[in-house]
Write a protein that binds this ligand. Structure first.
Ligand SMILES: NC(=O)C1=CN([C@@H]2O[C@H](COP(=O)(O)OP(=O)(O)OC[C@H]3O[C@@H](n4cnc5c(N)ncnc54)[C@H](OP(=O)(O)O)[C@@H]3O)[C@@H](O)[C@H]2O)C=CC1
Ligand SMILES: C=C(/C=C/[C@@H](C)[C@H]1CC[C@H]2C3=CC=C4C[C@@H](O)CC[C@]4(C)[C@H]3CC[C@]12C)C(C)C
Length: 561
């Protein structure tokens, strides 16, 4: 019905003209378009979803429905296998719905067979074992709304409300508690997956460990995730946040490294505003009774300035390098960068941090990333690809200063997000290979001593915005620049976070990420290649390989028939 109406409208004589006017408005007046259309739709969508989640939690037994929904996924995969189709499997979540900036062409090119994974619910909170079992489409906003009032949190709660458990588990999730707990997947204790033959399995450190170890960074290429059990820990209602303004790059990097390695603080983060200026922040959970009310700051309130602007004010006001302290409600802290989408909203709604805008419309931001993606015109997409950078790189902590110089030379954009990450090494005689994340080689002091688990401290540097060269109207080659940064990261044995554009060749990719265990698991659990290779899903050059090689699945399917 809807498609008939659209077809009829398209045939109307003024349709082309109307389309051109709309596209021009969406491109040239993006800010107004976002304020008038994207903000209200984002709000309505969120309200609908919150009501839905509340009803499901209250009236339906999600665990029982869960088993039926998993059966449905098994049936979809079995039917695909039997159909003899050569198409590779991926989830049916639209490319525009994902937080990653790209649109995932394999979802629209017709090359994939898409499996509906309608799994949006929190299943059980186990207070005895301190875990929460959730379905993969549960997002961070839903989890923090549910857990914070109960006095719990998950150890690594990545910032943006719409990030999903499935995407963070099969991809990567980091937050400024990662200096203690590692990545999101390090806090996961059990997974449930539907494999390429349609069977449903659970895996953990003690059950099917080899599969469990292979899932992080596998981007849904080993099976469809259907449930995730995550550790929970007690939280407190406030965070005592201490801001340390730094005016010298060496001192800034040293202070950040010290706080990350000391592990006294529950959260460590830094925002760099220029080559020399950064604000290092350390946060600690505190009870309401410890809050100094004169220093309380509910940064999540609608009229409050954007967090990165607020942090910058510490730098401007405080040239003497003394630190200042604030007490921030926990949920406000967890989602401190959500309102301004880190700092990306400034380019979309330049007046967004003006006090008048904040008072009148501050409650309506941020627009949903998915709706921003959905309403990008071709021209905007091209601008984001060629004149804008969205990139995160993990490098060994000892290289922080050097890496900041590389970012300055190649991208020259600020603020930069700086977040520590403690990479645990769980390998033992039974499972000697660390999957995807290579063991560091040749660094002087690869592992921190005196701990039960060996580990190495890394740091994530995130660059989001327009490079100075573009602002100065000088030439900027996004691909060449991206390649140079990738080369540097590979040289220092770092890792690219793969949610954004990656230009690596297959060999470079396989040399950055350890495939020994992954290849084994791929042959064991997906020998016919029902799912694509991870390279084909995440790297630009790999996406050309997406459709190729599904023949084995088809043959197998025909034989079965
Ligand atoms: N703080 C942080 O750590 C941040 C991380 N990110 C990035 O964004 C990603 C998360 O974004 P989000 O939109 O939630 O997820 P995405 O839709 O981007 O999914 C990420 C990957 O996980 C796969 N996946 C998701 N759900 C399942 C499932 N149920 N079974 C099998 N595979 C699955 C997807 O496969 P498919 O393509 O088939 O759907 C995709 O390859 C992370 O991976 C991270 O790289 C972004 C911002 C912040
Ligand atoms: C990985 C981290 C954080 C990343 C975010 C800052 C970016 C992740 C995805 C980015 C975006 C996706 C799509 C967009 C649509 C465009 O029309 C506008 C830009 C954007 C909203 C863009 C903005 C930055 C991201 C949200 C860290 C935390 C590890």
């Amino acid at each position: 019905m809807a498609s008939h109406i659209i077809d009829a409208l398209v045939k109307l004589p003024f349709a082309d003209k109307a389309y051109d006017i709309a596209t021009e408005f969406m491109t040239e007046h993006r800010g107004w378009f976002v304020i008038i259309f994207v903000l209200p739709f984002s709000l309505l969508f969120d309200i609908f979803f919150q009501i839905r989640a509340a009803i499901v939690m209250r009236f339906y037994s999600a665990p029982e429905l869960h088993n039926e929904r998993v059966k449905n996924i098994q049936n979809q995969i079995k039917a695909h296998l039997e159909s003899g189709s050569t198409k590779r499997l991926c989830t049916a979540r639209g490319g525009w719905q994902s937080i990653s900036p790209g649109n995932r062409d394999y979802k629209t090119s017709g090359a994939s067979h898409q499996i509906s994974v309608n799994l949006y619910d929190i299943l059980t909170l186990d207070e005895e074992n301190m875990t929460v079992r959730v379905e993969p489409m549960v997002n961070m906003g839903q989890l923090s709304h549910y857990l914070t009032p109960l006095g719990y949190t998950i150890p690594v709660l990545p910032e943006m409300d719409d990030l999903t458990v499935g995407g963070l588990m099969m991809g990567v999730g980091i937050e400024c508690s990662s200096h203690k707990y590692g990545l999101f997947n390090d806090t996961v204790v059990e997974l449930e997956l539907v494999l390429s033959d349609g069977s449903c399995v659970s895996c953990s450190k003690t059950k099917n460990r080899e599969l469990f170890d292979a899932c992080p960074w596998s981007y849904g290429t080993l099976g469809m995730l259907t449930a995730v059990t995550i550790k929970v820990m007690k939280s407190k209602p406030f965070v005592r946040l201490e801001y340390f303004p730094c005016y010298d790059k060496k001192k800034g990097a040293a202070l950040f490294q010290k706080h990350s390695e000391e592990q006294m603080a529950d959260f460590v983060e830094s925002l760099a505003y220029s080559q020399h200026e950064q604000v290092v922040m350390t946060g600690t959970y505190v009870d309401a009774s410890e809050v100094v009310y004169a220093e309380k700051n509910s940064i999540g309130l609608w009229y409050k300035p954007w967090f990165f602007k607020h942090v910058q004010s510490k730098l401007l006001a405080n040239k003497d390098e003394g630190s200042t302290v604030e007490y921030i409600p926990l949920r406000d802290y967890f989602h401190r960068h959500t309102k301004a989408i880190f700092w990306e909203l400034e380019q979309i709604i330049p007046v967004g941090n003006h006090p008048v805008f904040r008072f009148l419309l501050g409650w309506a931001v941020p627009p949903k990333v998915s709706f921003l993606k959905l309403t990008q015109t071709q021209k905007i997409k091209e601008l984001y690809e060629t004149q804008h950078v969205i990139q995160d790189m993990l490098v060994p902590m000892s290289k922080l200063g050097e890496a900041l110089d590389v970012f300055k030379k190649q991208y020259d954009l600020y603020p930069l997000w700086i977040c520590p990450y403690k990479a645990y090494d769980y390998t033992d005689a039974e499972a000697p290979h660390r999957c995807f994340l290579r063991k560091p080689e040749g660094t002087k002091k690869p592992f921190l001593e005196g701990e039960k688990l060996r580990s190495e401290m890394y740091v994530d540097i995130g660059a989001y915005g327009i490079p100075q060269a573009v602002l100065d109207k000088k030439p900027f080659d996004a691909v060449a620049t991206g390649r140079k940064v990738e080369e540097y990261v590979a040289k220092v044995k770092g890792f690219q976070m793969l949610y954004a554009d990656s230009y690596m060749t297959k060999d470079e990719f396989r040399s950055m990420f350890d495939h020994v265990h992954y290849d084994k698991m791929k042959s064991k659990y997906d020998a016919r290649g029902a799912f694509p290779e991870v390279y084909a899903k995440v790297c630009k050059k790999g996406q050309a390989l997406w459709g190729k090689g599904g023949e084995k699945v088809a043959e197998e399917g025909k034989k079965k028939k």
